[in-house]
Design a protein around this ligand. Structure first.
Ligand code: COI
Length: 476
């Protein structure tokens, strides 16, 4: 039995019903109300070796009188298979002819195998996946057109889009994205963590760069569809991984003068992931405080998740890594006196003596949904949460520093370094300023880091009461 499957799950339900006329494969797909169908004519037998959670095996019978010249013998066989992508069903059509009675009986059997989370065959164990692009079954795509609004969602198998050469996303960076995760609970059910928050944040990105807002319900439905469609890629319970969901909205309409597009594509893709930074929780990262580049201007676009913010970080990010710092920490662009955020995530400083959780509040910091959740958890745990300006020299006073975000979850930061000379100095130079966090050894995991990580992950995994109602179930 494959990991994640149980005997209870391996139940096959059989149902049969009659269909009078079966004129085309797509009719059958419509009959099953698939939001999208991928139709194939392969002749492989049903049964991919994957565990079956519950299967619906429908037999559709069609009777029709036909003339035949087969000497009264019965003939027949499978002559078509239709695969419907989102319930993994295969449809067999077989015909039998009885020449004596001059009848042909067509029997159509639909066998549906519902796949289980954690059963995809990957090149690596779930816990070693890191944070990399991986092809999955399909992504969801919707299009918005001026005068028409949003199209119906479409499932697309190929990981490509056909984009006009004048698309505003390509020329003027009119694009924003989101990141959220789905997890498998112990009972095999799958939940997404706080998708409404991502919808709201995408709406604020849309307002800032003049794109049509994606309504929350439409966003959540599309997220559910992509999870359902890629259900076997949701890592199994206990693997510590997640299905990372990436909604992306971009201007696909062509403009050469500077103005918003008249057409947009919303694409929601998903892939299984594990730790963003190698070693995850057990390996605190060393941060480089970036003095020679800024992430966001005070009245710019730092507070929204637009693609250009991340493009601006690519070079500083690479230079930091080359010097041995996996993560960069940005300061405010105006004075360089205040901490803003990490390249990939929000900043949190912990004062254990006074049980304080301190995080920068700035108009150019992205409001992280993980940070928002941790602020709530810290409050529940009796911490005082301070969202305010955080001076650079306050780094000295923090017992623990965390990088928090969807991708990085709660990543402990072992140290933060200001290079004596941004270009020439290297890690370890004696004139650098180095702040160390954690207990005596900077690579010891702090008690608050442990607590916050444990609580948020237990909620995401369904191991703790979801008292704030953060988990959204995805039926599959
Ligand atoms: C996320 O945490 O979801 C992000 O989008 C950050 C990105 C750098 C991976």
């Amino acid at each position: 039995m494959m990991p994640g499957s149980t005997t209870k799950d391996a139940v096959m339900r059989v149902a049969s019903f009659s269909l009078l006329i079966l004129s085309s494969p797509s009719l059958v797909c419509d009959a099953f109300q698939q939001s999208s169908c991928i139709i194939g004519h392969n002749r492989h037998p049903v049964g991919t070796g994957l565990p079956i959670r519950s299967s619906n095996n429908h037999s559709l019978h069609t009777n029709a009188n036909v003339n035949n010249n087969n000497n009264g013998k019965r003939t027949g066989g499978i002559n078509n298979i239709i695969s419907s992508s989102n319930n993994n069903s295969k449809l067999y059509v077989s015909t039998e002819q009885d020449q004596e009675k001059e009848t042909t009986t067509t029997t159509t059997t639909v066998i549906t195998e519902k796949k289980l989370p954690g059963t995809a065959v990957l090149d690596k164990p779930w816990k070693d996946l890191g944070f990399e692009f991986r092809d999955t079954n399909a992504h969801v795509k919707l299009t918005w057109k001026e005068g028409e609004g949003w199209s119906k969602p479409e499932l697309v198998k190929e990981p490509y889009v056909n984009v006009h050469i004048g698309a505003t996303a390509l020329h003027y960076g009119q694009a924003c994205f989101e990141g959220l995760k789905a997890f498998t609970h112990k009972d095999g059910d799958v939940y997404c963590f706080r998708p409404e928050e991502n919808a709201a944040r995408m709406q604020s990105s849309c307002r800032r760069i003049m794109m049509p807002e994606v309504p929350t319900e439409m966003f959540c439905d599309a997220v559910k569809t992509v999870v359902r469609e890629n259900i076997e890629y949701v890592p199994p319970y206990g693997s510590d991984g997640a299905l990372y969901i990436r909604p992306l909205l971009f201007g696909s309409g062509s403009r050469i003068g500077l103005q918003p597009a008249d057409e947009y594509n919303l694409i929601i893709l998903a892939m299984p992931v594990a730790d963003y930074y190698k070693g995850g929780l057990s390996n605190p990262v060393d941060a480089l405080i970036i003095k020679n580049y800024d992430r966001a201007a005070p009245q710019g676009v730092g507070a929204v998740k637009v693609a250009g913010n991340y493009a601006a970080d690519l070079l500083p990010n690479q230079l930091s890594k080359q010097k041995g710092f996996p993560i960069g920490l940005y300061l405010d662009a105006k004075t360089q006196q205040y901490i803003e955020e990490f390249s990939t995530s929000n900043f949190v400083g912990i004062d254990n003596t006074n049980k304080r959780y301190i995080t920068p509040s700035s108009p150019s910091v992205l409001p992280s949904i993980t940070n928002k959740s941790l602020m709530q958890i810290a409050t529940d745990e009796g911490y005082t949460v301070e969202a305010r300006d955080v001076k650079l020299d306050e780094l000295e006073s923090f017992d623990e520093v965390l990088a928090v975000g969807t991708a990085v979850v709660v990543t402990p930061v072992g140290s933060a370094t200001i290079l004596d000379d941004c270009e020439k100095s290297t890690k370890g130079d004696e004139n650098n300023i180095v702040y160390e966090f954690g207990d005596d050894h900077h690579d010891e995991l702090g008690e608050t880091t442990k607590t916050l990580y444990k609580i948020v992950r237990e909620i995401q995994n369904g191991e703790r009461d979801d008292i704030h109602g953060w988990n959204m179930k995805v039926d599959y």
